[in-house]
Design a binder for this molecule. Structure first.
Ligand SMILES: [Zn+2]
Length: 59
């Protein structure tokens, strides 16, 4: 199944990779992680840009 993943080590320094079936799913899972783990009610633009760079298609 094709999907997307993002290594959070490049995004917020966490040793965890977010995987999802779409880029939107990875983005929304990262938002939940940012809120629960980093207490970010909104994802800062800097983190969103790093997430965009870290996002990779998976085969
Ligand atoms: Zn994190």
């Amino acid at each position: 199944m094709n999907g997307f993943s993002a290594d959070l080590k490049q995004v917020c320094g966490c040793n965890w990779a977010v995987v999802g079936s779409s880029a939107d799913e990875v983005t929304s899972k990262t938002k939940v992680h940012a809120k629960e783990t980093h207490h970010m009610d909104e994802v800062p633009a800097e983190i969103a840009a790093k997430l965009h760079d870290a996002m990779r298609p998976t085969m």
